[in-house]
Ligand binder design. Sequence first.
Ligand code: ATP
Length: 575
Amino acid sequence: MGKNVMQYSDFVEVYEGLFATTKRLEKETILAEFLKKLAKEGEPEWIYLLRGKVTPDYDDRILGLSDKLAMKAIGKTFGIKDEEIAKRYRKIGDIGELAEEFAGKKKQTSLFAKKLTVEKVFSNLRKVMGIEGKGAVSGKIALISELLGQAEGKEAKYIVRTLVGQLRVGVADATVRDAISEALFPDEKQEMSKKLEIAYDMANDFAVVFEAASKGKGALGKIDIVLGRPMNIMLPVKVTEIGEAFRICGKPAAIEHKYDGFRVVINKVGNDIKLFTRRLENVTNQFPDVVQTIKKYVKAHEVILDSEVVGYDPKTKKQRPFEAISQRIKRKYDIEKLEKELPVEENVFDVIYYDGKSLMQEPFVKRRKVLEKLIPHEKWKIRPSMQIVTDSEEVAMKFYHEALKSGEEGIMIKTLDAPYQQGRRVGYIVKMKPAANDLDLVITGAEYGSGKRGGMLTSYIVACQQNGEYLDVGKVSSGLKELEQEEGTTYDEMTKLLKPLIVSEKGKAVKVKPKIVVSVTYQNIQGSPSYDSGFAMRFPRITQYRPDYHLKDIATLDDIKTEVEKARRGMSHLG
Ligand code: ATP
């Protein structure tokens, strides 16, 4: 069979299979079978479709069509009036199933019609994403109509779900990785899964990884970080006491302040400087001051630095908490004004690439040496992170208390001879800070307020994740600010963030696409049938909006179960 004739119905079969089971291993087997075929008969890029995408993860663009536009396209394709579509939609409540219903009803003149190829679907979806400006809406509708006109019921369902960014088949990155391993390296599955994870963290692109893996181990090993592209960063695990930190990191270990700022990876190639967040977003335009600082003080032609940008008060020179600087991440206008009001200092704690060479596999001490050579101590501009190296718990605890006293969040403990390991894995870096009941969660729904808060979305359904599914853990309505003048995100701002994400409305309640991540503190978590996670937070309160966080960073259901278990043990301990 030729490469370009693979049919979209093959994908549909996989989606249906994935949807039908919640068991990760079953999902993996389904995917692995399919990937064997895809490696032979398809294009590597088509693998994005398995996760409802048409671009690699480092690419900022998303499909994310509104349900409204999708309804228009369905109406146009099947010649149905807007009101009728809207009525059916209210009844069915799912835009994918709506498309399926109309596509399934259309006259069977399609007996001799061409089958939809994956190539056609992929290329039209890409074009839909690419169209901008005048005539974009009608252009998009035409491209979608072309697909829906040829689609069978189920095909239409998944095309539309992909378009609105809600494939809902519950496949996590890790499952795709393990499935690639099972498909292509069945005899060394576990070992190769780890290699695939490393390759994926560098490339941030399943097509690149899948293509290399199809060629063999050698090609996979050659995948490296790419200058100028966002990359996955190294993340710590949490410890609650210093002994545990040393057990994980070894003795002696490096200990650093944990700055309460904003993680930024800096990419410099000559005068071309780019800043990326931990969720791979480009924030270069929001921080012209940081770009200037790097230009002025970092004497390297090509370099990738890992750092924390910390805000401070220009008058008192006191550090400002993350909430303050998060305004700068969000802001798209008046940047210069904000730059003066909220100046920042760059605290550099790692160097990942330096003049033509990746330093990822070099031990941390060696990277630190390069860093100290490259980064000057320029107060309020840039400096190497504060660090000591010790094997004494006592010295480490003294450093910890000093860090807290000077307003830092806690400390980071780092293994001296460790490579730069992307992702959150036990081993080379841990964080220690005072315990707090707090979870990072995503908003999946909201409700309009009343009285002076009418028209604003003022309470929010928040969810954790498990294998790519979002599970509600409670409703939170406090913590945000009422007025613009106060520090922090306001209800009004949150409403503006959420409105474009609304997928359905029922009375005062709306459902939104999972995108907005918030940190929530609570008194405790209890088992509860009211939310689909099976748990509910008591007295939750939003402490921060986290525009810098990725959906991948939010708490998992397992994290919540661990918290519940810990609290239970703590209680029985007390009483
Ligand atoms: P939580 O509030 O849930 O603990 P967090 O905001 O601290 O989460 P984590 O990913 O758990 O996020 O902690 C790591 C973060 O700490 C990094 O992403 C980075 O932004 C920050 N950080 C501050 N100082 C350092 C440092 N010296 N070395 C490494 N990371 C640091």
